[in-house]
Design a protein around this ligand. Structure first.
Ligand SMILES: *[C@@H]1O[C@H](CO)[C@@H](O)[C@H](O)[C@H]1NC(C)=O
Ligand SMILES: *[C@@H]1O[C@H](CO)[C@@H](O)[C@H](O)[C@H]1NC(C)=O
Ligand SMILES: [Cu+2]
Ligand SMILES: [Zn+2]
Length: 161
């Protein structure tokens, strides 16, 4: 919707991957255009895991075919709170000792409608932590050096009622 959504839009993502990584997430864009992400991912190693929107909703080669971080504004990789960030940069999620990460994120750069909509793209969870562009690694400014893609799912439109 150009100029920002005027209605609530909902989407759902079922996460799957190697090593029993599973989960489900709900995305709710409120009428002001802010998107809430809520859900749970299980089967992770304890600790921080990079969590991003990748550009493509293509899982023909597993999570590897979901493309780079969604980056419509051609920025460098960063933290969700940075000005210089990919739209898809949602930072890290944290798995407890039981391998379960409870996800609750609010973000303004991941709309479910309009020109930069994330519908039909992918959520990807990584093996390692995202250094948020500050790790000094050659991959820090593109991927946060977050390692392998251990789980992913495609963002699909859900009934808004
Ligand atoms: C994805 O790429 C990684 C290397 O980055 C590789 O180990 C893995 O086997 C690939 N997965 C698929 C499904 O091709
Ligand atoms: C990443 O980008 C920042 C700012 O654009 C720059 O200062 C830094 O040298 C870059 N780091 C690498 C490893 O390329
Ligand atoms: Cu990623
Ligand atoms: Zn990024």
């Amino acid at each position: 919707m150009e100029g920002g959504a005027r209605v609530t839009v909902k989407a759902v993502v079922i996460i799957a991957g190697d090593n029993n990584v599973r989960g489900s997430l709900q995305f709710i864009q409120d009428p002001s255009g802010i998107t809430h992400v809520k859900g749970k991912i299980t089967g992770l190693s304890p600790g921080l895991h990079g969590f991003h929107i990748h550009a493509l909703g293509d899982t023909t080669n597993g999570c590897n075919s979901t493309g780079p971080h969604f980056n419509p504004l051609k920025k460098d990789h960063g933290a969700p709170s940075d000005k210089e960030r990919h739209a898809g940069d949602l930072g890290n999620i944290i798995a407890g000792p039981d391998g379960v990460a409870e996800v609750s994120i609010i973000d303004t750069q991941i709309p479910l409608s309009g020109q930069h909509s994330i519908l039909g793209r992918a959520v990807v969870v990584h093996a390692d932590l995202d250094d948020l562009g500050k790790g000094g690694h050659e991959l820090s400014n593109t991927t946060g050096n977050a390692g392998a893609r251990v789980g992913c799912g495609i963002i699909g439109l859900q009934s808004s009622v």
